[in-house]
Write a protein of this length. Sequence first.
Length: 244
Amino acid sequence: MSGTANAFRSAYDLAFQVSPIILTGGIASGLLGSALPIIGLVGQLASFAQGALTNGLSSQDFFAKYVPIPGSNIISNAVATYPFANQKVAANAIIEQPLNVSLRMIAPVKDNGGYLTKLALFTALRTSLQQHNVSGGTYAIATPAYIYTNCLMTGMTDITGGDTEQQQIEWQLDFVKPLISKQSAAQAFSALMGKLAGGQQINNPSSWSGAGAAAGTQAPGALSLVAGAQNLAAGVNSFLSAPI
């Protein structure tokens, strides 16, 4: 029983403390699955794979250890502040907000040779992360309570305290999960335009946004409103451009 418990603990450490950050897209686009664990940026990917298969390694064998920072959220909503007709309307006025998650990266020097390689390792890590960010890469962040996907990095900050003689060994990595991804936005746009162009009836108004959806209108009616708005805009432009 003890061996099974140790195996589960090792698997937990490897998943949530050794390499909970996965780079997706960006600089990982050419790799299998378009994904790269963050330890691959410091040359320890082979050790991670060996540890995952044999459970023979602990988090102390790796370059850094990652711990979730209190304050990360898994639900974030805002409520509109204008007057509501009733409580049901107020409950439907919830506005979803982006999610934020932060990890503390603890990377102390563990031997004398580490002082010589620290600058090179951190420079390579910073360069790779920055290149990943500017090339449109995203991140998957695994925490014990929730797995964040399609995240963007917003910062990496030194938070080393004064209780250690080493400098710059604790870093805060901040990520934000936007409300939508490019894929879901494209799918929603295609579905909406397809229904509008085809003049289809709205069978599920709750899946459409806007006042017309709430009233249960039909797509032809929406097309009529769009056409009317276009005609009105054309009339205004003609009026403004006419000579006085």
